[in-house]
Every structure is written in C-alpha cells, then in structure tokens.
Ligand binder design. Structure first.
Ligand SMILES: C[S@@+](CC[C@H](N)C(=O)[O-])C[C@H]1O[C@@H](n2cnc3c(N)ncnc32)[C@H](O)[C@@H]1O
Length: 219
C-alpha cells in the first residue's frame, strides 16, 4: 500500500514535552523524564500518523506508551496528535526502533510491543530490512517481561506467515495465543486501530492478526 503525503507540523507548535530525537535520550531509560509518572511501559514500532498511540493512551491510563517512528515528519505529526491531553502517558521518539531496543531498553522491561502494518519490503533481496527479522524478534523477546505481549498485524499474508515461522524458530519463549484473519468493518470510525488498518479494511482486504505471550521464566 502506498503512502499518502502528510502536512508538516509547524515549528510554532510546541511538541517538546511529547517528542524526542534518539540523540536527546538520556541513558539508561528514565521514565521519570519522559512521563508524568511511573507506570508499566509498552512500545509501538512504526507509529506512522499516531492513530494507535493516541487511542490506546487515552483508553489505558495506567500504562505509559512509547511510539517510535523513523520518519521525522511522521514522528512530529504523531506527537502533535498527543497534544492537549491531561494525561502525560505517551511520547514519540524519532528513531530506528531496532536500535532503540538494542541500546536503550533493558531486558524484561516492556509490558507490550505493538507492530502494526510494518513496511513489507516486498523484494526477496530486501527482506533483511524488515523490522520483524530474526534478530529484532529475539530482542523483542528479551525486552518483554514474562507474560508481556507482542501484538502484530499486517495486510501481507507472506509477511505474516514468515513472521510466525521466524518466531517458532528463533524466539521460542513467545507463544502464539490469539490468531485472527478478517476483513470485518468496525462499527465506529474510532474503532480502527491504525491508519493502515482503516485503509486495508475499507479496500475490502484482509487483516492478519496475531498475539504472542512471553512464557514465564523459571529459574
Ligand atoms: C506502513 S507504515 C504503518 C504505520 C502505522 N503502524 C499504521 O498501521 O498505520 C510503517 C511505519 O513504520 C515506520 N518505520 C519503518 N521502519 C522503522 C523502524 N526501523 N523504526 C521505527 N519506525 C519505522 C515507517 O516510517 C512507517 O511510518
């Protein structure tokens, strides 16, 4: 699916409280600097226009949410959707999520990871650029807490099947527990999870969904 252009967020709009560049992060992660108070943290990879981040952070007030987006224009746009909220439980970081997972997030830390409609990199020779490649899946597995959940949705059947296969080969503690393929129309416009999900469903195409739970670690 091709991408529509978005308008740039004017530099007059103050998103400083909810937007960070990778180079501005303090190491190690300090949630006291990012959020108004400490709560369990969930991460979204590839927030795009930020529809999911806005919705989930309005709905679930006892969690903090970090949206990651590699495109500066989209990251600023997603952050602007978080303006004018009373709860400071969501931020957008403009970065490569794989690098953030590798360098900034500790093991057994994230309560959830959300990956919705990741770029498909169609050509076989480009598939190594996919965000859900073996080494990133292993990082996600390590960074999740026991019982933490990886949520994955795509409109690309081949990406879906190959991710299930990669997880079963390389991320053995991630158990699949909710699989669902559908083209159901949500009852309400606000029920669409992300912008790509909305477009997929309105085009009459299928959405492939899966959730994986990290098995508890017994020592
Ligand atoms: C196809 S769009 C989907 C956006 C959104 N999740 C949705 O469903 O509407 C994929 C998004 O992931 C972003 N992205 C791609 N690689 C990324 C990476 N390594 N780290 C963070 N974001 C990434 C892209 O810039 C793009 O905004």
């Amino acid at each position: 699916m091709s991408r529509r252009s978005i308008k740039s967020i004017s530099s007059d709009v103050d998103i400083s409280g909810i937007f960070r560049r990778y180079s501005e992060l303090s190491f190690p992660i300090d949630s006291g600097i990012l959020f108004d108070c400490g709560r369990p943290i969930e991460l979204e990879i590839g927030s795009g226009k930020g529809r999911f981040l806005r919705r989930i952070s309005d709905e679930i007030l006892d969690r903090n949410f970090i949206g990651t987006e590699v495109s500066l224009k989209y990251a600023r746009y997603a952050a602007s959707r978080l303006l004018n909220r009373s709860c400071g439980n969501a931020v957008v970081i403009c970065c490569d999520a794989a690098r953030l997972l590798e360098e900034w997030i500790p093991d057994n830390f994230l309560y959830g990871v959300h990956v919705y409609f990741p770029d498909p990199w169609w050509k076989r020779s480009h598939r190594k650029r996919r965000i859900l490649r073996a080494e990133v899946l292993q990082l996600i597995e390590r960074r999740l807490i026991s019982d933490g959940i990886l949520h994955f949705r795509t409109d690309v059947e081949e990406y879906y099947q190959s991710t299930l296969e990669l997880i079963s080969q390389h991320a053995l503690s991630l158990d699949i527990f909710d699989v669902n393929v559908s083209e159901n129309l949500p009852e309400d416009e606000s029920d669409y999870n992300t912008n790509f999900e909305r477009r997929t469903i309105l085009n009459g195409e299928k959405v492939y969904r899966a959730k994986f739970k990290k098995k508890p670690i017994f020592q």
